[in-house]
Design a protein around this ligand. Structure first.
Ligand code: GTB
Length: 219
């Protein structure tokens, strides 16, 4: 049975691959699992039919037969655990790769999302100018730490893993030019992720959805 992923019908990122279906698409491409995509409007995401799949009315969801999952991290981990290619076989290395996946989601992504939300939605607030340097500093602290750990390695812990997939996905949300520019090894790390054939296929697929949504008849 072909698994089904949900994604934005019209992504607010305008095809830049920043919505969270992109990391699942990338994982599916890395492990070579064919998938279908069900596109949702913002309105449809809030309807009971979708809330039955996703309690918070968001994308992405993942359905494979009777299994329904939400949370991009849980979906990527599920795929990595059930298909070779995204987690090492050695138990300790596997646990470390999973730790990096959690680090991406729980330690690195939150300050990046806070900064992104402020840039998008808080510019008009009287406290914006005071708050922004603090948010930039929180992001920079994490980038400096991550940069120090990565050093001149290609990936965070040996071979490319689900941890790298998630970390690169999270760092991409910073945009370019942006805070990554101060860290050449992190910029190169992100570029290595983007250069992977699986990433490129996933990116092209989500871009095609956006391009189609811009066509005059919406097709
Ligand atoms: N923790 C969940 C996960 O990892 O799956 C978070 C899911 C989530 O935030 N989904 C967002 C969503 O459905 C889309 S990805 N939002 C609609 C809603 O909550 O009503 C977040 C996102 C949106 C837009 C951009 N962008 O325009 O650049 C980037 C990321």
């Amino acid at each position: 049975m072909t698994p089904i992923l949900t994604a934005f019908e019209r992504s607010p990122d305008r095809g830049r691959g920043l919505a969270r279906d992109m990391r699942v698409r990338w994982a599916l491409e890395e492990v070579g699992v064919a998938y279908a995509v069900r596109l949702l409007s913002f309105e449809a995401m809030k309807q009971p039919a979708h809330r039955a799949l996703h309690p918070f009315g968001q994308i992405p969801t993942y359905q494979d037969g009777d299994l329904v999952l939400f949370e991009s991290g849980a979906i990527v981990l599920h795929l990595a655990e059930h298909h070779p290619g995204l987690l090492p076989v050695d138990a300790a290395a596997r646990a470390r790769a999973i730790a990096w996946l959690f680090a991406a989601l729980n330690t690195v992504e939150p300050p990046i999302v806070e900064r992104g939300m402020a840039l998008l939605f808080e510019r008009d607030q009287p406290w914006y100018a005071e708050r922004m340097p603090m948010l930039e500093q929180r992001v920079d602290t994490r980038l400096a730490q991550l940069s120090a750990r990565l050093g001149d390695a290609d990936w965070l812990d040996g071979a490319f893993s689900a941890g790298d997939l998630m970390m690169v996905s999270v760092l991409l949300r910073l945009g370019r030019p942006g805070p990554l520019d101060a860290y050449p090894n992190l910029s190169a790390y992100v570029a290595r992720g983007e250069a992977r054939p699986a990433y490129r296929r996933a990116f092209a697929e989500q871009l095609a959805v956006f391009t189609a949504s811009q066509a005059p008849n919406g097709m």
